[in-house]
Design a protein around this ligand. Structure first.
Ligand code: UDP
Length: 362
């Protein structure tokens, strides 16, 4: 069995790493399974890509399609052309994609058109918000996926409602949490900790990169202003995604307790999250990690494709309305934030289940 593993952007690397580990375990046991790691080059610099390979022990990619910068369509086109020409030179039995980035959709289309079976890890989740590029990536990918590995009951229900037969859906848990649990003993104190004298539960971590929050400077400014005004003066550590960096520079915002930093390595970022008073974000993956680490999480979005982080976890949706930040921060500082429970099978063993199922596909 030959599988292409596709990874292209930051939130892919922590999902692919445990799958590679599990394939290696299967190989040691003499199972007939081989992989080729394809990096599409959607994210390409050290901050957003290279450091994850080093820290998570991911082997160097067998192939880099070097898609690089570009609009959604440019990146999609470059990835599709690169992957198609790779498959023409040397084909594979399965194409395994993770998550919801441009690379996920682009490679699954290429593979499916030449009759290679598509496996989607984290299939079936839906925000139903078609203004998000990720939702389009999810819908297109799932419409041509052969085997779905899911993180939640809701994902299963979404797929069943779409007419996907039960025997192609496997609820296995969350590979992102495999990575979190494996690496949590090795989290690394980032330089910012000593630089601004941080102390446990006395600062907030923030990340923002969704178009609805960061593409318009006025909205971004209002969000940050509200966070600062309601912060009780504790440090706000803002890890600035490259998508958000340009606006931050032209806004020129400065507050005594706002610390803007470049994206951190995985081990440094989660060191900060694990000790934070709370996280403010519009990321999907971070709502899962905060749920498992039991850290209050405020999500600046109107919807989520991960409802279990709200129903069971520590996440609360504030919407894209800056005025919702004040009341949420009051709740946080009065110690009334809900405690979370960990969703079923988010136990660090998901990738092993995926490989087990793959080896038993008929
Ligand atoms: N992350 C990181 N460094 C940072 C910010 C985030 O390592 O400075 C990690 C985070 O722990 C999570 C992932 O990046 O594993 C989330 O990626 P992102 O927010 O870009 O994508 P999304 O989850 O929204 O698709």
């Amino acid at each position: 069995m030959k599988i292409d593993l596709i990874a292209g952007a930051r939130p892919n690397f922590m999902k692919i790493a445990p799958i590679i580990d599990a394939i290696k375990v299967a190989q040691i046991k003499g199972k007939n399974i081989e992989f080729r790691l394809v990096h599409t080059g959607q994210h390409y610099d050290k901050n957003m890509s290279g450091s994850f390979f080093e820290q998570l022990g991911i082997p160097l990619p067998d192939i880099n399609l070097e898609a690089g910068k570009g609009t959604q369509a440019e990146q999609t086109a470059k990835i599709m052309m690169g992957y198609e020409s790779l498959l023409q030179k040397e084909s594979t039995d399965y194409c395994l994609v993770v998550g919801d980035v441009t690379s996920t959709m682009a490679c699954s289309i290429v593979a499916k058109k030449i009759n290679i079976k598509v496996i989607h890890v984290e299939g079936g989740i839906r925000s139903w918000d078609l203004t998000m590029p990720e939702e389009i990536n999810r819908m297109v990918t799932d419409s041509i996926t052969d085997y779905f590995f899911t993180t939640s009951e809701t994902a299963n229900e979404n797929l069943l409602k779409n007419g996907i037969p039960k025997d192609r859906i496997f609820y296995v848990g969350n590979t992102m949490i495999d990575t979190l649990l494996k690496h949590s003993p090795n989290f690394i104190k980032p330089a910012i900790w000593d630089k601004v004298n941080l102390s446990e539960k006395n600062y907030i971590v923030m990340t923002l990169h969704r178009p609805a929050n960061v593409d318009e400077e006025d909205i971004l400014k209002e969000l940050i202003d509200e966070v600062i005004q309601n912060s009780n003066n504790i440090p706000i550590i803002f890890s600035v995604h490259p998508r958000t960096a340009k606006q931050m520079v032209s806004l020129g915002i400065s507050y005594p307790n706002l610390y803007t930093i470049e994206p951190l390595g995985y081990l440094e970022f989660n060191y900060l999250v694990e000790r934070a008073k709370a996280v403010i974000t519009d990321s999907g993956g971070i709502t899962e990690e905060t749920t498992v680490m039991n850290i209050p999480c405020m999500t600046l979005r109107d919807n989520t494709e991960r409802p279990e982080t709200i129903e069971l976890g520590t996440n609360e949706l504030l919407g894209v309305n800056p005025k919702a930040i004040g009341p949420a921060m009051k709740k946080l500082f009065s110690g009334k934030w809900k405690k979370g429970k960990v969703p079923h099978l988010w136990d660090g063993k998901t990738a092993g289940r995926i490989i087990h199922h793959l080896l038993h596909l008929s």
